[in-house]
Design a protein around this ligand. Structure first.
Ligand code: ZN
Length: 97
């Protein structure tokens, strides 16, 4: 049997979005989309992905890339190695400068 990734987004203590994805990266994208679509105030206060009942990915805080200004989960932003916070795409660009 094949397990599916279950994405859950919670706003104000209520489950706002639930979805199923077979592909983990798609699940991550959908979680980010759900987060962004939840509006500015309040943002989704809890966003997690489960596989077979186990939490495999989660974020509670978003960070803003200092270069492109897009919001990403903190885990996807490099806040250590450069003077500004950089998302994955901008980090590649930055390295090549
Ligand atoms: Zn960026």
């Amino acid at each position: 049997m094949q397990f599916k990734y279950i994405g859950v987004c919670v706003i104000g203590g209520l489950i706002d979005t639930v979805f199923e994805e077979v592909d983990f990266n798609k699940a991550k994208d959908r979680l980010l989309e759900a987060y962004k679509n939840s509006g500015f105030d309040p943002h989704c206060d809890d966003a997690r992905i489960f596989l077979n009942g186990e939490e495999v990915y989660s974020y509670e805080e978003m960070a803003t890339c200092g270069n492109c200004g897009e919001d990403y989960p903190e885990s996807d932003i490099n806040m250590i190695d450069y003077e500004i916070d950089l998302c994955g795409a901008c980090e590649k660009e930055y390295k090549n400068k």
